[in-house]
Design a protein around this ligand. Sequence first.
Ligand code: IPM
Ligand code: MN
Length: 355
Amino acid sequence: MNISIAVLPGDGIGPEIVTQALNVVEAVCRKYGHTLSHETAAAGAAAIEVCGNPYPDSTHELCMDADAVLFGAIGSPRYDNDPSAKVRPEQGLLAMRKQLGLYANIRPVAAFPALLHRSPLRRDLVEGADFVCIRELTGGIYFGRPQGRSEDGNTAYDTCTYTAEEIERIVRLAYRYAQKRKKHLTIVDKANVLATSRLWRQVAQTLEKEYSDVATEYMFVDNAAMQIIQNPKRFDVIVTENMFGDILTDEASVITGSLGMLPSASIGIHTSVFEPIHGSYPQAAGKNIANPLAAILSAALMFEYAFGLNEEAETIRTAVSESIKAGVLTEDIAPEGVKPAKTSDAGGWIAKQIK
Ligand code: IPM
Ligand code: MN
């Protein structure tokens, strides 16, 4: 197969982890006889520096033409600490999601057996935890308008908006997902307070009848935040709006032992994007210490979702598991007193294992 991918390393640790993911992709392509071509483009703070735009048109065109996008991370403390900045790196990520129509962000959460001891949660709680969070990605408070400040600057506002259509397409996608898994869907909202959540519930309740083979449950987001930690094994598929999904999945990463472990697939209308759920971790940038596994596991999702190459995806996941078992662990997951592996060691080990 011919595989053409756009690579957007972004900011902070993005370039380092994407390099490792790309090495792994190359190793898989060589093993299975695929022809890989890839091109790199700027996004985030890196792109603002070059052209003032965190998601330049040229980057968008490259993404549109590619079969899949491998994305690193976006964000820079230079902007985080400057509330008056007119352009922010994160706007690039949001523009990319919007312009590519990536309305569904799929975040699988599963405990790696060899890492159970790294989770601050009790082993018996996390062992066997395996669920998928489906986060709506192009609506809600991230994109609602108006957003801004009053003239005197002393009042700020964001707007949360959802249309029935936006809700229906993501909830349908979640149902189809649940049908392929344990047929249990949890719809997370705040319908006791928010009008948008009440529309979510109304739309979901009409769809519920169409998917009667799936058990549907509704849960308020505050309760969900507690149950994800208290009893993660009770979940199979979770679907929720943009910001709730953002928050709940960082929380869920605690189950896997590190935020550096969770991959994601963003899918929708145009080219799909594969991105770790973690941020740009600027304190670690250039130090070769970041965990490349979320990026590498995102590459596995790419083979599966963008190309239907499940064996290739499984090969990556197996090599990742083996690297963990072999103790090739970056500092976020290495046991105390053991010398941690560098980013490039962990990625290199996995690429070599695949070869
Ligand atoms: C994520 C990130 C982004 C988000 C940030 C960087 C804008 O936290 O992908 O989860 O909030 O969506
Ligand atoms: Mn996030």
